[in-house]
Design a protein around this ligand. Sequence first.
Ligand SMILES: [Cu+2]
Length: 154
Amino acid sequence: MTTKSIAILAAALFAAASLLTSAPAAAAAREIKITGNDQMQYSVKRIEAKPGESLKVVLTAVSSMPKAEMAHNFILLKKGANPDAFVMAGAMARNTEYVPAAKKDQILASTTLAGGGETVEVTFDAPAEPGEYVYLCSFPGHYAAGMKGLLVVK
Ligand SMILES: [Cu+2]
């Protein structure tokens, strides 16, 4: 085999390999659209997913109030995290959009804050371990008002 034919063969193999690998990678994250309103509720309170499934949460805040008074985020906590303790610490963390620095290790996925008319998003893989994972809004008072939901992995 000449050097030239080896080069052509290598190029052909490379092309075939990239065709093979590009197909599964094209599978996009499943998009889940959620709105948050002035009643401090998510429009979606339960998300079911397969272990490791790629998800894209798109959160839109529906409000005409100033962002400082009404804004929402989406924070998915690890299994075993204490949501009450998380939001209590979060309420003091105004400078970090109500995400407590000391409890960042309890977060699996999170968005920034969305004020009225704004949309924020986060793409992540569902946990590999089946079970129920709490998500919540950490804007002060919102979790207590019911702004929470469950990601059910099964
Ligand atoms: Cu909220």
